[in-house]
Each structure stands twice: as structure tokens, then as C-alpha cells.
Design a protein around this ligand. Sequence first.
Ligand code: PEP
Ligand code: MN
Length: 293
Amino acid sequence: MHANLQDGFADSPDALKDGQRQRTIIRVLGIEVGGDEFVTMAGPCSVETESRLMATAHHVRRCGARILRGGAFKPRSSPYSFQGHGLQALRTLARARAEFGLAIVTEVMSESDVPLVAEYADMLQIGSRSMENLLLLKAAAQSGRPILLKRGMMATVAELLYAAQLILEEGNPNVILCERGIRTCETSMRNTFDAAAIALLKQISHLPVIADPSHAAGHHDLVPALARIAAAAGADGLLVEVHPEPEQAWSDGEQSLDFAEFEAMMISLDPLLALRSTVPGAPVDAGFVEVGG
Ligand code: PEP
Ligand code: MN
């Protein structure tokens, strides 16, 4: 007999599919993630000026994004890089939500910032560098907000699910898993996009799985192809960096799509998403049955 794909993940029981639970649909300001709709979350790496954020929110919404991303507290690889505008950026995000009806996702880096970020954001992002910060995970879980949990850049799929298990055990059922690329021997891209992890997670876990092609690729020219790969692998949505003038961006400009690139990427996803909507749960999960949510 073949081994079960879920073998090896026994320490994350609440994150795994079982007879009762095949998929969890997470509501973020009324938007369903993990349901039939493919949900695109887009925006700048970090919130810069108000006018840039508003222009970006307007554009991504017009192209079909449902959730606005933007960093207020930025974990940077270099200590000398821009660290984010903090509270001021949270306020700017809230104004964009009011004006454009997009939900807001933004990263929380420290336990002590959780109450403040949870007051403004509709979903809390746990960044790659924080995936194993257990005290932060617990505090974020206790806020009651949905959690966008990014895979650590050196983390295995099992370790990602441990982190999810911790949030679930804390009594917060709303966890979205995010593949954002991992470090491997390959150095020609910022990270190695692990599309197989998306396919695996969609088979073993009931939690929604999204992809961040931007931090995986590290270069805007590669982002749309990775986004299409994610859609074909069965992802429930995307987290994509978009900026009105990527060359001027204060962080991650090389991997940010400009407005025209984002629009073209969204259009290029349509054939894959049409396939997804004709077969429930397609392409990876044809024939699944929704039991509970
Ligand atoms: C980000 O989303 O801007 C970010 C810092 O991502 P990651 O934690 O995946 O590096
Ligand atoms: Mn970034």
C-alpha cells in the first residue's frame, strides 16, 4: 500500500484535512479566501506617500484585486534600509480601505505592536523572518484577526504547518498559508519558488494557500509566470507587489510590477481561473466535497 501524503505531518493535526473538514473558507472583510474565488492581494512592498498608495489601490482594484497590501512595519535584510512609517502608514491604509473598499493586510513584526496593527488591519501578515517567533504567533492569533502566515525562507512545509498549528491551537481558525520562495543552492533568483509545496499543501491541508511570486522571483519580469504557475498548482490567491514607479520604490522595487505589468498579469491569469471555476476545486482537487468551513 502507498504511504499517505499526510504521513509526516502528524504534529499539525488541526491543519490537516480529515473526513469532516476538506476546506476552510476565511472571511476577510466579507471577502472569502479559500472559496471559489481566486483572491488577489496587491500593493506596494511598503506604504510610502499617501498619493502613491491611493493611486496603487485604485489601480489594483480596477484590475480585480480584493485586498490591499502594504508594509507599515518593515523587516529589512539590511538594518540601514527603510523600516516603514508605522502608525502613519496604518492610517494611510485605513483611508485607502475607506475610499476603495479593499480589505487591508499588513505585517506585524512584534508582539507589542499586535493590538495597534489589529486595530487598523483586516488581516495580520506574519513575515518569513517571523514564522518561528512563537510569542508573536500567539499574540497575533489572540487578536482574533485572520492571519496570513508566510513560509520562513528556510522552513520546511512541516515547519510551516507547525506554525499554523500553533495559531489554530490558540483558538484562531483563520490561517492562510503563503508560499513565498525558499533558499536553495540556486542563486540566480531571489528565492526558489516552491510550487510543489502549494500542490502538497492543497492536498493535505484544509487551510487556504496563496502564493507570493514577488519575493520568490526577486525580479518583476519573472513575477507573472510564477503567478500563473501558482494558479495552476491550485493556489487560492496571490500576494503581489505593485508600485506606480518601481524604480523609485523605497523597498523591493526590482520585484514590483508597474501598473501596466500588473494589469497584463491579471488578464493572463483568466484562462487558468476559468478552468478553476468550471470544476469545483480544480485544478488540483477535482471531485472534492466541501464539508463544513
Ligand atoms: C513582504 O511581504 O514585503 C515581506 C517582507 O515578505 P517576506 O516576509 O516574505 O520576506
Ligand atoms: Mn517586499
